[in-house]
Design a binder for this molecule. Sequence first.
Ligand code: ZN
Length: 204
Amino acid sequence: MRLKLYQVGEPVLGQPARELTSDEIRSPSIQQLIEFMRETMRDARGVGLAASQVGESLQLAVIEDREEAIAAVPAEMLVERQRAPTPFHVIINPRLTITNSTVVAFFEGCLSLPSFHAIVPRALEVRINCLNEKAESVVINASGWYARILQHEIDHLNGRLYVERMEPRSFTTADNYARYWKDLSTNDVLEKIGGVDKRRYSVR
Ligand code: ZN
């Protein structure tokens, strides 16, 4: 079942979500929520979806970066973004540690602001301690695009959207992103939009 995607301005998107107990995680209702979130994410062609985006203020997100999605992206862009297929998985009650604070800045989007993009600086590498859908403890070490997805989703669980972290002058509609910006390097975009302190970024 495809769930309603809550859009920016919905109070639930600004609230820190509550943790789940192991019993709750294993309950039929949460197992079903995970299944519906998986379908909703795939249907919307997202690479991650947090429970707050479907109106549930819970520390739970699903992540998947599919081969098919990646196949449509130019090879040099995949290398630049360090993007590779990531199989479907669930993160619950995550704790994030930045393991490499080198800042990488790229355009990103969000299913809760579907027609926009902006350059968002993120840490290059992170470690996540969390539970999976069986309530087992898991440690994830991630870098590049996968680390970006994790940081984006965990922000959702803390009630934050990328607009709080973006380079404001890079904010663009999806149409104008495709028209003017998508083929430029981050460096070139920052140069063109002007007024940006590039020392904040280690752009690639
Ligand atoms: Zn999002």
